[in-house]
Design a protein around this ligand. Structure first.
Ligand SMILES: Nc1ncnc2c1ncn2[C@@H]1O[C@H](COP(=O)(O)OP(=O)(O)O)[C@@H](O)[C@H]1O
Ligand SMILES: [Mg+2]
Length: 163
């Protein structure tokens, strides 16, 4: 049961190419309205994963930069992508002032770096992606779902292997 219906998955990325493949698999598994919390220290690979996802959804990698200064970026991919960086946000209210509520309820994909900073206003159905730095190019990705949409993504990734 747990193996056929996992709610948490781990992937070890040995290099950036692995992370790109993970991003591609995620892009293929997303359905409209997915909200993704990206958690992990500076340099963990949150932006790099967003680039890979956006790329797989038809956006040029160069167009995807960290939204640290603009706070939110929108990409018109096969699905609309809303890329947030909560690092410089004052609080959850400022996140909501950016229109986050509407965007998280839309048919787009919301990818939120430093999501723990706005954790109190994130939806119940949230795909959490925690990234740990394990070495210069080695990263541990932990995916977990908490509702129908996010669990479905985790479910789809269950057969995916990086090695
Ligand atoms: N396996 C890997 N996956 C993702 N990024 C990696 C990996 N190995 C090394 N890196 C490097 O780690 C850095 C990640 O940066 P970035 O994605 O901006 O982090 P964050 O957005 O989490 O602060 C990049 O310089 C990237 O080249
Ligand atoms: Mg970043």
């Amino acid at each position: 049961m747990t193996e056929k219906n996992p709610k948490t998955l781990q992937f070890v990325s040995d290099n950036e190419a692995d992370t790109i493949r993970l991003g591609e698999a995620l892009a293929a598994a997303f359905q409209p309205g997915c909200v993704v919390a990206l958690l992990g220290n500076l340099g963990a690979g949150k932006t790099r994963l967003v680039q890979a996802i956006a790329n797989a959804l038809g956006i040029d990698r160069e167009d995807v930069t960290s939204p640290t200064f603009v706070l939110i970026q929108e990409y018109d991919g096969n699905l609309p992508i809303f890329h947030f960086d909560a690092y410089r946000l004052r609080d959850s209210d400022q996140f909501l002032e950016l229109g986050a509520d509407e965007l998280m309820a839309s048919q787009g994909i919301c990818l939120i770096e430093w999501a723990e900073r706005v954790g109190d206003v994130l939806p119940d159905d949230l795909l959490r992606i925690e990234i740990e730095i394990e070495g210069p190019t080695r990263r541990l990705f932990r995916l977990s779902g908490s509702g129908p949409k996010s669990n479905e993504v985790v479910q789809q990734l269950a057969e995916f292997h990086l090695d």
